[in-house]
Design a protein around this ligand. Structure first.
Ligand SMILES: *[C@@H]1O[C@H](CO)[C@@H](O)[C@H](O)[C@H]1NC(C)=O
Ligand SMILES: *[C@@H]1O[C@H](CO)[C@@H](O)[C@H](O)[C@H]1NC(C)=O
Ligand SMILES: *[C@@H]1O[C@H](CO)[C@@H](O)[C@H](O)[C@H]1NC(C)=O
Ligand SMILES: *[C@@H]1O[C@H](CO)[C@@H](O)[C@H](O)[C@H]1NC(C)=O
Ligand SMILES: *[C@@H]1O[C@H](CO)[C@@H](O)[C@H](O)[C@H]1NC(C)=O
Ligand SMILES: *[C@@H]1O[C@H](CO)[C@@H](O)[C@H](O)[C@H]1NC(C)=O
Ligand SMILES: *[C@@H]1O[C@H](CO)[C@@H](O)[C@H](O)[C@H]1NC(C)=O
Ligand SMILES: *[C@@H]1O[C@H](CO)[C@@H](O)[C@H](O)[C@H]1NC(C)=O
Ligand SMILES: *[C@@H]1O[C@H](CO)[C@@H](O)[C@H](O)[C@H]1NC(C)=O
Ligand SMILES: *[C@@H]1O[C@H](CO)[C@@H](O)[C@H](O)[C@H]1NC(C)=O
Ligand SMILES: *[C@@H]1O[C@H](CO)[C@@H](O)[C@H](O)[C@H]1NC(C)=O
Ligand SMILES: *[C@@H]1O[C@H](CO)[C@@H](O)[C@H](O)[C@H]1NC(C)=O
Length: 497
């Protein structure tokens, strides 16, 4: 018995004794290795002479690389632990030497112009927890060695030109919380392994060319998911069952795909949802009444989704709702009286089959900036309810812009934050004909100049109506009078010719 213990101690001692010998038999990397890796990076970058890295990343001063800008060393081991070089306008490839920064935990080179591919030597960096290379010019496939980072928590490769399929082995990244791969050119289907990363909180594949169906019961292993962003892809099939198991979901963005079928009522169980974007799909049926439970919704966007039925009156009960987007569907019936909750900013319901009157309560909407109800069958449009306050002058202005630009808040305008009034004012800088719908007026037309001058007066008026601050907007009476004056001027110019 005693002898066995002694034996173990002896063996342990031998191990301890041998450890340094085996180690020093090869050169172990140290801070000098880190320095040459960083200098290799620096020399791969074409730097203008006044760039901070030129004067700062130098070995002429006695300072250590740990004092270089963008470099952080570990407190104990004094090796490079973090490299933070975002937003620096760097144009370069990543040298393989970066794979020698063996203590690196955090790598951020976002918003530069790095190009080429990710060298395989990076797979040596097994301590990495955070990789951010978004907004660069990397291309090629995502390498197959990403499972080399067992501790990876955050990966952002968005806004590059990566292509090919999403690697299956991402599924091994069992610490991953954020996976941002938006705006690349990924193709193929989303590997089922991704939906097995139970630590995931944010999954963003927006703006790729991913196809295929979503796996059934994809939410079974994603109890922590807060944001699922799959908009602007080529995904198809029905929404999978079991979505309610993603119970912490706050953003569900599946718009601009080819999804079919009805909207599952289980979405009504996702009571933490703030953002629900399902538009530009080929769905059918109505908005499920279970949606009444989504009391935290801020944005509901179902444009051109193939839906019909009444506009649910419970929308007015959602006190946080800022945006209602139901344009280009077959919604019928009348507009709920109190559709305009206190926080509503945008209400786009054009091109549906609504009828009846526009409720006068809309005149009380304090936050509303944009309401587009055109191309419905309302019996009263522009009547006292809608045009009695400054808020209504705003809609009136938007309506004028819509008529004369023939622009609607269409696909690309939903994905950027360009509003119609900003678009008109920017286009006007390049001359009124830029803003105008070219089908309305042609250069070869007899009354071209009279028409251009008329439309430019109307745009001027419309921009005034949509001024940022309601105080700076003309009042509706004067606006209508001015519009009448513009019309008379136009008619008199026509008769002059
Ligand atoms: C790093 O290691 C090299 C040899 O591998 C040695 O020459 C150098 O002195 C070491 N540098 C430091 C700072 O320990
Ligand atoms: C490099 O920049 C860091 C951080 O701004 C500063 O502390 C350091 O002194 C600079 N080193 C040199 C050599 O300019
Ligand atoms: C990217 O970096 C540039 C400076 O190089 C900065 O002006 C720009 O705002 C940054 N863009 C983003 C999206 O952070
Ligand atoms: C670092 O990496 C490069 C390229 O991968 C290699 O040539 C070099 O020998 C490595 N070691 C050191 C100590 O710089
Ligand atoms: C990076 O890509 C953008 C967009 O494709 C392009 O405008 C830019 O010139 C590229 N930069 C470099 C350094 O290649
Ligand atoms: C990322 O790419 C998308 C699509 O090209 C673009 O709309 C977006 O502005 C880009 N993001 C940045 C910060 O440049
Ligand atoms: C996901 O995990 C479950 C349970 O661990 C397993 O049965 C299933 O095969 C996994 N799916 C994929 C696609 O890896
Ligand atoms: C979903 O919500 C309904 C009420 O709309 C409720 O009866 C049901 O139990 C909920 N299901 C789950 C799984 O939470
Ligand atoms: C709005 O909420 C109130 C109070 O919770 C409820 O009585 C009413 O039925 C709801 N209205 C709709 C249309 O859901
Ligand atoms: C409205 O319904 C009709 C008949 O079903 C259909 O042809 C049309 O495409 C629908 N319109 C929209 C915008 O969904
Ligand atoms: C507008 O709000 C005021 C004050 O809250 C209220 O007295 C009035 O009846 C409301 N008007 C409409 C049309 O809802
Ligand atoms: C809009 O017109 C009114 C009245 O003509 C004027 O007082 C106001 O300054 C104008 N606002 C803008 C933003 O041009």
């Amino acid at each position: 018995m005693d002898r066995t213990i002694l034996f173990h101690i002896f063996a342990a001692f031998l191990l301890l004794y041998n450890f340094p010998t085996t180690c020093s038999s090869r050169t172990s990397p140290n801070i000098t290795t880190d320095q040459s890796a960083l200098l290799a990076l620096k020399s791969s970058i074409t730097l203008p002479p006044d760039h901070i890295l030129v004067s700062n990343w130098t070995t002429t001063t006695p300072s250590s690389v740990c004092d270089w800008v963008g470099v952080t060393c570990g407190k104990l081991h004094r090796r490079v632990a973090a490299l933070d070089l975002p937003n620096m306008g760097l144009i370069a490839t990543i040298p393989p030497h970066l794979g020698n920064l063996s203590f690196l935990v955090h790598l951020d080179i976002g918003n530069n112009s790095f190009y080429g591919d990710l060298p395989k030597e990076l797979a040596n960096l097994r301590r990495l927890q955070h990789i951010d290379v978004w907004l660069n010019n990397f291309s090629g496939q995502i390498p197959q060695w990403f499972d080399a980072f067992p501790k990876l928590v955050y990966l952002d490769v968005s806004n590059n030109s990566f292509s090919g399929s999403v690697p299956e082995d991402f599924g091994n990244l069992q610490s991953l919380k954020v996976l941002q791969m938006k705006y690349n050119q990924f193709t193929g289907s989303i590997p089922g392994t991704i939906f097995n990363i139970s630590s995931l909180e944010v999954l963003d594949f927006t703006g790729n060319s991913l196809s295929g169906n979503l796996p059934t019961h994809m939410c079974n292993y994603l109890p922590n998911l807060k944001g699922l962003y799959l908009s602007i892809n080529e995904l198809e099939g029905q929404f999978p069952p079991g979505l309610q198991e993603c119970s912490k979901l706050q953003s569900l963005s599946l718009s601009v795909n080819q999804f079919t079928g009805r909207i599952p009522s289980e979405i009504g169980n996702l009571t933490m949802l703030k953002e629900l974007l399902l538009g530009f799909n080929s769905l059918e049926g109505e908005i499920p009444r279970e949606f009444a439970n989504l009391v935290n919704l801020e944005v509901i966007s179902l444009h051109r989704a193939g839906l019909k039925g009444l506009i649910p009156s419970f929308l007015s009960n959602m006190s946080s709702l800022q945006e209602i987007g139901l344009a280009i569907n077959n919604f019928s019936g009348s507009l709920p009286r109190n559709i305009c909750s206190q926080s509503l900013v945008t209400c786009l319901i054009w091109r549906n089959k609504l009828s009846g009157t526009i409720p006068s309560e809309i005149g009380n909407c304090t936050a509303l900036r944009e309401i587009v109800l055109a191309e419905n069958d309302f019996t009263e449009y522009g009547q006292e309810g809608l045009v009695s306050t400054n808020c209504d002058v705003y809609s009136f202005g938007i309506m004028m812009m819509e008529v004369f630009t023939r622009k609607k808040p269409t696909d690309e305008m939903f994905t950027s934050d360009l509003s119609l009034s900003r678009w008109v004012s920017e286009a006007l800088v390049n001359g009124v004909t830029q803003a105008m719908d070219s089908r309305l007026i042609r250069k070869e037309e007899e009354h071209f100049f009279a028409e251009v001058s008329c439309v430019s007066s109307i745009f001027e008026l419309a921009l005034n109506c949509t001024a940022e601050s309601p105080k700076n907007r003309i009042n509706i009476k004067d606006a209508l009078a001015l519009l009448q004056k513009i019309r008379l001027e136009f008619l008199s110019k026509l008769s002059e010719n």
